[in-house]
Design a protein around this ligand. Structure first.
Ligand code: NI
Length: 259
């Protein structure tokens, strides 16, 4: 089986030194193992550019470019987002992200996060591109923002909301992606949510190098571990892993318009 990892940060510094061959080692190993495609996710201008370079180098790697709510410290939001817009011209840039709101730490002003989020949603509307949403402890405000842009669709990544919120998103035309957190023993909400999502809206991801699934929790994560998330979702939904492999691949290709 080959799985589509819709969200990884293979360029993360942690791979240098902690994984043999660093970024290139981990990408090659995963693509040669059980991974069909990887979307490498940008969080700022620098790694959004690196994502497009990785997409140039690997046939089955695609790029997402955007400014994460923890990286919103450019002198001019408009200039920074202008750079993102240029990067999105890359033929293998398939989404804007990750963008959104993160209220977990208090160190980034919420108003500033909202400015970048809204401007990048406007960009998605103008370019007609899907978005990848980072929503940490900010469910209400994220829902409010996406409702302002009814023509923009995308995915809530590493979903941490309730089953009801997942259904609400699905009704609005959105996709829901689950990471290794669904495998954690006490992860009641993601386990319930992943059962509530219809087959045609379900995605899987690693968020590597973070959020390694059980039994690798706390270790360096990598795209090949996405299979463990698929296995847990299959168990919870009472279907085969092959079925989860198939539908999540079809869904990712549809959302990100990959032929
Ligand atoms: Ni991420």
């Amino acid at each position: 089986m080959k799985f589509f990892d819709t969200h990884a940060h293979c360029d993360d510094k942690r791979f240098e030194g902690e994984y043999e061959g660093g970024t290139h080692g981990v990408i090659s190993d995963c693509l040669n193992d059980n991974v069909s495609y990887i979307i490498n996710i940008g969080t700022n201008l620098e790694n959004s550019r690196v994502s497009t370079e990785l997409a140039d180098r690997y046939e089955r790697v695609y790029a997402s470019c955007g400014i994460h709510p923890s990286d919103v410290f450019y002198d001019s939001p408009d200039e920074a987002i202008g750079v993102i817009e240029e990067l999105l011209k890359h033929p293998k840039a398939v989404a804007i992200g990750e963008i959104g709101l993160d209220y977990h730490y208090e160190d980034v002003p919420r108003e500033l996060q909202a400015i970048y989020f809204e401007k990048q949603m406007e960009l998605a509307k103008r370019l007609d591109m899907p978005v990848i949403i980072h929503d940490r402890d900010a469910h209400g405000d994220c829902m409010e923002m996406i409702r302002k842009f009814p023509t923009v669709k995308g995915v809530f990544h590493s979903f941490s909301g309730s089953a009801e919120m997942a259904q609400e998103l699905v009704a609005l035309g959105w996709y829901i992606s689950f990471s290794g957190t669904v495998t954690f023993k006490n992860a009641k909400k993601p386990k319930e949510a992943c059962v509530a999502v219809p087959s045609d809206r379900l995605l899987i991801e690693t968020d590597a190098p973070y959020l390694a699934p059980t039994p690798h929790r706390g270790e360096l994560n990598r795209s090949s571990y996405v299979q463990l998330t698929a296995e847990e979702i299959a168990r919870l939904r009472g279907v085969s892993v092959e079925k989860i492999e198939k539908i999540t691949t079809e869904n990712a290709k549809r959302l990100f318009r990959i032929k």
